[in-house]
Design a protein around this ligand. Structure first.
Ligand code: HEM
Length: 312
């Protein structure tokens, strides 16, 4: 008799697969391994208050902690590569309660299910002799799974940012907002940098120091806070909520729901590096959508956390 894999087994498979692609780097996250944390304040505009009861989206500012990161599992990968960047925000709601919002510089993801994620990692596996992945395996994966094309196309065109503060970041999944009257609707989040989008040519990126993004942001903060605005796209009936490979139509109504002002490098980097920024840590007024990748992420993050916090 064969037993079907449980969600937990799949999370172990996913993190094993990530280690096969990036190597095992003890003590580090299995994705977005290198990052740096900053203190910030999030000030809501009030525009979301009639759509959700979420505490941080009403009127009062809340303190926040922001972790910028590079998507690679290898913490020694240099900043000047064309690769993913993350912004993970922990909003501190008071009384020890937090809610997290985790976003990357990609509008859609490359898989719509956890099973496909594990399959994709298999296609990205490195040959132990050459240290390279086999482009033919990846090509075959994409041919069999064309829903991956928009995500890979966007990844191939990712700008190499001048600064963590000059990139756009999407939280990708749909979430459900509910207001005081009990009315619900689906939304998707995007961070827009107040400094605008600014990118480096690959040649200029090649001349940067390996950790220029951290140094640049630290330097930029000497001139004052670095601001992002949180934009929310309002879904309409029929917009997919369970498939993070599909964008919603560009003409959907958007509202600007708050400003994030990053003020200083966090004093206790070790403490914040040791936390999990979990996209499923929502707060009353916000619920998860039926996206299976979103639900799965909490298990994979817990698996990565268990390994890294035990010295593995
Ligand atoms: C099957 C889907 C995914 C899996 C298995 C996965 C796995 C992981 C793992 C294992 C970590 C390290 C967690 C830790 O040790 O704390 C991580 C971090 C991260 N992931 Fe994912 N991920 C997935 C999808 C996504 C998506 C769709 C996004 C974009 C919204 C994303 C953005 C990030 C970011 C920004 C971090 C760093 C968070 C931090 O700074 O603590 N991931 N991911």
């Amino acid at each position: 008799m064969t037993s079907s894999p449980t969600t937990h087994d799949l999370a172990v498979d996913a993190v094993d697969g990530m280690e096969q692609v990036s190597g095992t780097h003890p003590g580090y996250r299995r994705a977005h391994a290198r990052g740096v944390c900053f203190d910030a304040t999030f000030t809501p505009t009030g525009a979301a208050a009639e759509l959700t009861t979420a505490a941080h989206l009403q009127q009062e500012p809340v303190p926040a902690t922001v972790r910028f990161s590079n998507s690679e599992g290898n913490p020694h990968s240099p900043d000047g590569r064309r690769s993913g960047r993350g912004i993970a925000v922990k909003f501190h709601l008071g009384h020890g309660v937090d809610t997290d919002l985790v976003a990357v510089n990609l509008p859609v993801f490359v898989v719509s299910t956890p099973e496909h994620f594990v399959k994709l990692l298999g296609a990205l596996k490195k040959d132990p002799h050459t240290g390279q992945n086999d482009p033919a395996l990846l090509g075959a994966y994409i041919k069999d799974n064309p829903e991956a094309i928009p995500g890979f196309t966007a990844a191939g065109a990712m700008p190499i940012p001048v600064s963590y503060g000059t990139a756009k970041y999407w939280a990708i999944h749909a979430f459900r907002w509910t207001n005081a009257a009990g009315e619900s609707r689906y939304v998707r989040y995007r961070w827009e940098p107040a400094a605008g989008l600014q990118e480096l040519s690959p040649e200029d990126a090649g001349h940067q120091t390996p950790e220029y993004l951290t140094d640049e942001l630290t330097q930029r903060l000497l001139d004052g806070p670095v601001r992002f605005t949180l934009h929310v796209q309002l879904g309409e009936d029929g917009d997919p909520t369970n498939d993070c490979t599909k964008a919603w139509p560009a003409e959907r109504t958007e509202i600007a729901v708050g400003h994030l002002d990053i003020t200083a490098t966090s004093a206790d980097q070790e403490h914040w590096a040791g936390q999990v920024f979990d996209p499923t840590r929502v707060t009353p007024g916000i619920d998860l959508s039926d996206d299976p990748v979103l639900a799965f992420r909490t298990r994979a993050y817990a698996e990565s956390f268990a390994r890294r916090s035990h010295g593995g």
